[in-house]
Design a protein. Structure first.
Length: 424
């Protein structure tokens, strides 16, 4: 069996984006309360003006600006509170007490705020003169009918959901979130809380990956750990592949005797790539299931008879087993896959910061180095590289809050050099 040579990270990202775009998930309508963080499926156009009527921006007195020159003050003829308009009409020399958000009475063009007014019986005197039109919100000054408010692919933040609510919309069309199955692999792994025997490791990758997915708004399902047994692995992946949109695995993708996933997925489906020129995470694999064909059966005789069946409609993202590799490959490729399936149009934020100390990269792969961000008093963002750069050293990741992006090729960077960073 042969696989493509290691591909560049940018090529891996491109492949993930192309596959995800071709497999974009359908839309569904959800209540506003359930729309936070979702990707909008269709454009939103305003059907009403916002505000819908002229109203006061402050508590005070609605009046005609030209009447402020009257030394006798303005006659107070009534009150207009926020709520139903009372159809007040202001004539020469008159004013109406008004509260924030209340409809502006007909004839009024300015609001004198309460703090700048003196009340003398039924007369209002201005202690300072507001400008013409001050403290008045005009109808449609924020949104007018026909305005494009939101675009398909945008992430629904609280402010964007509030914008929709201001249009009287109670449900939005969003892209369905992918369902995600999570597997960890390896006979050496045991659950936290159990006694640890020689040669065993506690399974930290499951907690890491489930936490990353939940933080991104997904509801992943953790499946039982995959043993280093081909038949059991194939059965579990087949079941998950028919039930979920995406199957994410950790471990079992290198070149060891027990690393069955590359050969299994090459035989059962189509491998888009295996091994990317990145550090950490080089052995990452991306595949999808496919019907059995002679072209896909590249390992005939190596698997049990009858095992070559389609693995459902799922996409398979197989991450390396080292925990920092899981972190880096999920943040850079896993998120790209899940975002693409939802048609998200806005890229994840990438910051620019200066290196707090010099760093030299002596290998050719693109690297995601752990680091900690801080902002100085002058507003400059700095990032301190963590020298513990081994892909197994989870403490360095826990002590950090960003990945420093170091491009391909050997690089020597002085302190103060500007680098891209991804936060997590």
């Amino acid at each position: 069996m042969t696989f493509p040579t290691r591909i560049a990270f940018d090529d891996a990202r491109r492949i993930v984006a192309e596959v995800a775009a071709a497999r974009r998930l359908p839309a569904e309508r959800v209540a506003l309360a359930n729309a936070h963080g979702r990707a909008l499926a269709s454009d939103l156009v305003a059907t009403i003006d916002q505000p819908g009527f002229d109203n006061s921006a402050m508590d005070g007195f609605a009046l005609r600006h030209a009447d402020l020159a009257d030394a006798q003050g303005l006659r107070l003829i009534g009150e207009q509170f926020a709520g139903r308009a009372l159809d007040w009409r202001i004539g020469p020399g008159e004013s109406v007490r008004i509260t924030t958000g209340a409809p502006l009475p007909a004839g009024a063009d300015t609001v004198l705020i309460k703090e700048n007014a003196r009340i003398d019986g039924e007369r209002v005197h201005a202690l300072s003169t507001p400008m013409l039109g001050q403290h008045v919100r005009r109808a449609g000054e924020d949104v007018r009918v026909g305005d494009a408010l939101l675009s398909a692919g945008q992430t629904l933040t609280p402010s964007r959901i509030a914008l929709a609510a201001g249009q009287g919309i109670d449900r939005l069309e969003v892209v369905r979130r992918p369902t995600v199955a999570v597997f960890t692999t390896g006979d050496e792994l045991i659950e936290p809380g159990l006694p640890l025997r020689p040669g065993e490791l506690y399974d930290s990758n499951r907690s890491l990956l489930m936490g990353l997915l939940r933080a991104d708004g997904f509801e992943p399902v953790a499946w039982p750990r995959l043993p280093d047994d081909l038949d059991a692995m194939l059965s579990a992946l087949r079941h998950a592949g028919h039930a979920f949109d995406v199957v994410v695995t950790c471990g079992g993708v290198s070149a060891g005797e027990k690393d069955h996933l590359p050969a299994l997925l090459q035989r059962e489906g189509h491998v888009h790539f295996w091994k990317v020129r990145m550090k950490p995470g080089m052995p990452v694999l991306f595949a999808e299931s496919a019907p059995e064909t002679p072209e896909n059966a590249l390992m005939q005789g190596e698997y049990p008879s009858g095992s070559r069946k389609p693995l459902g409609e799922a996409l398979f993202l197989c991450l390396p087993g080292n925990p920092v590799s899981v972190l880096a490959t999920y943040l850079t490729l896993g998120r790209a896959l899940l975002d693409g399936l939802q048609g998200r149009s806005e890229p994840r934020p990438r910051l620019r910061a200066r290196l707090r100390s010099a760093w030299r990269k002596r290998h050719e792969r693109l690297e995601f180095l752990r680091g900690r961000l801080e902002c100085d008093e002058g507003g400059q963002l700095w990032v301190e590289p963590n020298p513990a750069d081994g892909s197994h050293r989870m403490r360095a990741a826990a002590d950090s809050d960003a990945l420093i992006v170091l491009g391909e090729g050997e690089i020597a960077l002085d302190g103060g050099a500007v680098v891209d960073v991804l936060t997590y």
